[in-house]
Write a protein that binds this ligand. Structure first.
Ligand code: FES
Length: 115
């Protein structure tokens, strides 16, 4: 038998409510802080995605980049990332940024951090 503490997943494993869907236009984005981590919420085509607000080339703020469909371009040197997976699509970035699991319930956006 486990106690409540042992059974409870760590905070990183839980979905956390982070924003209201109606507050982010489609298409649009909002940067939120979750457990001291900056995460970009991206509302595109009726879906919401979440990636770290960090370019893997040199730490650029992805949330400030141009958003075209499911691609966001880093404002520093232009590397593009797929907002659905975090995959790096163009140089100078070669590594993906972290993407996080998202769900929308009752008009509220919930994110579960990946790591
Ligand atoms: S910091 Fe993002 S492309 Fe260089």
């Amino acid at each position: 038998m486990t106690t409540d503490n042992e059974a409870r997943p760590s905070k990183h494993m839980e979905f956390q409510r982070v924003a209201r869907l109606a507050d982010i236009p489609d298409p649009g984005r909002e940067v939120v802080e979750i457990d001291d981590r900056l995460v970009v919420l991206l509302h595109v085509g009726g879906e919401v995605f979440a990636i770290d607000d960090v370019c893997t080339h040199d730490g650029g703020p992805l949330g400030e980049g141009d958003l075209q469909d499911h691609t966001i371009a880093c404002p520093r040197h232009g590397a593009k990332f797929d907002i659905r997976s975090g995959a790096a699509l163009t140089m100078p970035a070669t590594r993906p940024t972290v993407s996080h699991e998202v769900k929308v319930e009752g008009g509220e956006i919930f994110v579960r951090l990946s790591e």
